[in-house]
Design a binder for this molecule. Structure first.
Ligand code: ZN
Length: 353
């Protein structure tokens, strides 16, 4: 069956035990020279590896990918990121993309909204702490999802990613069977694999070679569509840094009379909340924006996304990040934050630049 809804529960417990047994330490990554460039890319597919990082396999998997000149997406389990921060950084430094795969790998659809929020939020925070940036992609464990979970994902700006091909590596598939599964990938497709099996590591060279023979290249997963697309070059070190703009902006910063407005919507529970703030540009649009609000007494921010934040309590200022500063006239963007205590009664003021 191509889309099983339940991977073995015992597997995760076994991997968790092995991960717990080894403390995180320095990671040395062997950097191999990629092979001669493959033929033209007529399409892109995403190689994905779930359930890491693992002290026993992640380094070998990264080496196999680097040797094959391939980049992949790692859907990490948050508590393993916390235990293996150095391996998480090694993923990033090897040019891999990192997604959120929950904190404890539960059956998410059996959780309350607050528990779902906690699973996602803690993992966003751990990956942010390890790598400097929070994921934009979320894969629910076992591929189990529902409308409530999707609404929680949306509050974190996460795109849900399932898969188009299941390698069955979690179900004991041989290396040859994993390679065979990858042969059915089509342009835009995503294959489910796991960080934790030698069979999966051994499949990497043949998978990449077979893709090249079909003029398919390993790509990234678009946070817009959840499908595989060409790498956007934002992840070092595979691509050179982008050049700074050679011309100054043609328009000076404007702050029209309307500037911008901000509204807060709250999802609260006993002892905590998630706030989603919508920033809407006035008649001049924005080149950047900041939103200032005051948290109620006793409330503390524990996590935020899609903005830069000045503090955790009292008066806090949120400033746009690179991808959401420019808003066309009348259009909106959203950012959010999670906190403890009550979030009621926050009144934001927005300043455009
Ligand atoms: Zn998983």
């Amino acid at each position: 069956m191509p889309h099983p809804r339940s991977a073995p529960r015992g597997l995760f417990a076994m991997l968790a035990a092995s991960a717990l047994a080894v403390a995180a330490g320095a990671v040395t990554l062997t950097v191999a020279t990629p092979p001669v460039a493959a033929a033209a890319c007529n399409g892109y597919v995403a190689l994905t590896y779930d359930d890491g990082p693992n002290s026993g396999t992640t380094t070998a998997l990264l080496n196999a990918l680097r040797s094959a000149g391939a980049r992949a997406t790692f859907f990490n389990v948050g508590q393993r990121v916390q235990q293996n921060a150095a391996l998480t950084r090694a993923q990033q430094q090897a040019g891999m993309w990192i997604g959120n795969h929950s904190w404890t790998h539960p059956h998410m659809t059996q959780l309350s909204t607050a528990q779902m929020t906690s699973e996602i939020s803690q993992t966003q925070q751990a990956i942010q702490q390890a790598t400097g940036s929070a994921p934009r992609l979320f894969r629910p464990p076992y591929g189990e999802t529902n409308a409530t979970l999707r609404s929680v994902q949306a509050q974190f700006g996460l795109t849900e990613v399932l898969w188009s091909v299941d390698s069955q590596d979690w179900n004991g598939a041989s290396t040859a069977a994993i390679v065979q599964a990858a042969n059915s990938l089509q342009d835009g497709g995503v294959i489910l694999m796991h960080d934790g099996y030698q069979t999966t590591i051994n499949a990497v060279p043949q998978i990449v070679s077979n893709l090249a023979n079909r003029n398919l290249c390993p790509g990234m997963i678009s946070p817009t569509t959840g499908r595989a697309v060409a790498p956007d070059g934002t992840n070092p070190p595979t691509n050179p840094p982008t050049n700074p703009p050679t011309n100054p902006p043609t328009n000076p910063p404007t702050q029209g009379p309307g500037g911008c407005t901000a509204t807060v919507s709250l999802n609260s529970w006993n002892g905590g909340f998630v706030a989603t703030v919508r920033v809407t540009a006035g008649s001049s649009g924005t080149n950047g924006w900041s939103v200032r609000l005051t948290l109620p007494s006793g409330a503390t921010i524990t996590n935020s996304w899609n903005s830069q934040r000045s503090g955790t309590s009292g008066a806090v200022t949120f400033t746009n990040v690179s991808f959401n500063g420019r808003i066309a006239a009348g259009q909106s963007v959203e950012f959010g934050f999670q906190g403890t205590g009550s979030g009621s009664g926050m009144t934001p003021t927005c300043t455009a630049s």
